[in-house]
Design a binder for this molecule. Sequence first.
Ligand code: CTP
Ligand code: CA
Length: 225
Amino acid sequence: QNHLNTAKPLAGKMALVTAGPTYEAIDPVRFIGNHSSGKMGYAIAEELQRLGAQVTLVSGPTHLKASEAITTIAVRSAQEMFDACDTRFDSSDIIVMSAAVADYTPKETAVEKIKKKAEDFTIELKKTTDILGTLGQRKSIQQTLVGFALETNNELAHAQDKLRRKNADFIVLNSMQDKGAGFGTDTNKITVLSPHSGIKNYDLKSKQEVAKDIGQIIVEHQQQL
Ligand code: CTP
Ligand code: CA
């Protein structure tokens, strides 16, 4: 029992992880997307699985494939990602939202491919549902909720604001200060903010190592509950 618990401290826990970008359809052949590779989210899913949790990965379009032990749900749009998370949130002990969700989506998706006409062309957009922000409002004290933030200015103030607004236990701030960090790279430099334990800076590391650090933070939080 003891030996098993140290090796798999998250045994018996359910984890929900979001990863990758979302694609917001303009017409049948075009979309609004972003450059998120999904690497960070997939690495976190693998790490939580390694720590013993039963992991469901809700993934936007990526080139990655999670290991067999992980239940992967492929989604495209922010709305699809929201729906997939909404039905699984309450039964999850650990929720990590690392997806780069589109903030805006076309008001209307054209049924046919849009033809080229005038010189100027405008697409009207509307806000998507904030998945973390919405689901965070119904978080229970048994749950560990982790969000991400990528900022280019006033990093800490913005991240602090997200921590509060989204009711998260932790916000992982991706530092843009370092060249090797963030979108498309294999490394990340993070700062973790928490209402429980304040602010902690980490060194530049591989996304696998960063996932280990985040896993450790989650294990400690779950053990304190
Ligand atoms: N997020 C989400 N649903 C959205 C937008 C963001 O769940 N529609 C989550 C992301 O997965 C991330 C966190 O919220 O964990 C912060 O995302 P970010 O884009 O940094 O924050 P926003 O609230 O969208 O604010 P802004 O883009 O204006 O900085
Ligand atoms: Ca955003």
